[in-house]
Design a protein around this ligand. Sequence first.
Ligand code: HEC
Length: 149
Amino acid sequence: MKRTVVAVAALLLGAGAVMAQQDLVKHDQETMKANAKNLGGVMIAMVKGEKPYDQTAVNAALAQLDETAKKLPTMFPDSMKGAKFEGDYGPSPKVWEDKAGFKAKIDSFAKVVSEAKAKIKDIDSLKANAPAIGKECGGCHETFRLKNS
Ligand code: HEC
């Protein structure tokens, strides 16, 4: 009897861990999609003249990217290793194999975003600074993101 209880408890705990892992995956993907929306759909759209310059929208986009920079160090915990990422992309195993390299990318992204926050005041400074943010996204993805086949 006691043994059954323990076994059931272990099963439940196991299920809890899997659930939490899928929640983390979903959170990561939503954060990354929000990054793309804020950089591409807001800032780059203004650079291209597809949207009028709007400082409030730029500030909100930069605030979200800044938030991402703060969250990134905890977005890929060891417990997530091997988790299934549905959709087009997932993390490379290098995220866990080269933690120092991954952290360096996070730090450099954080730096560029905070510089952009200080510098972007109008369309010209947006044009001058938004591409540098895109380079940081690409710089991390190049090594640490994989396309699902
Ligand atoms: C420090 C590394 C790092 C930085 C910086 C970074 N990303 Fe990512 N990104 C990842 C990893 C790892 C994945 C794969 C996991 C995932 O899909 O959530 C990813 C996935 C994505 C995805 C695919 C999400 C999906 O549907 O699964 C998009 C879109 C994306 N990133 C956009 C961006 C944009 C835009 C920026 C810059 C504003 C950015 N990322 C900055 C590491 C990074």
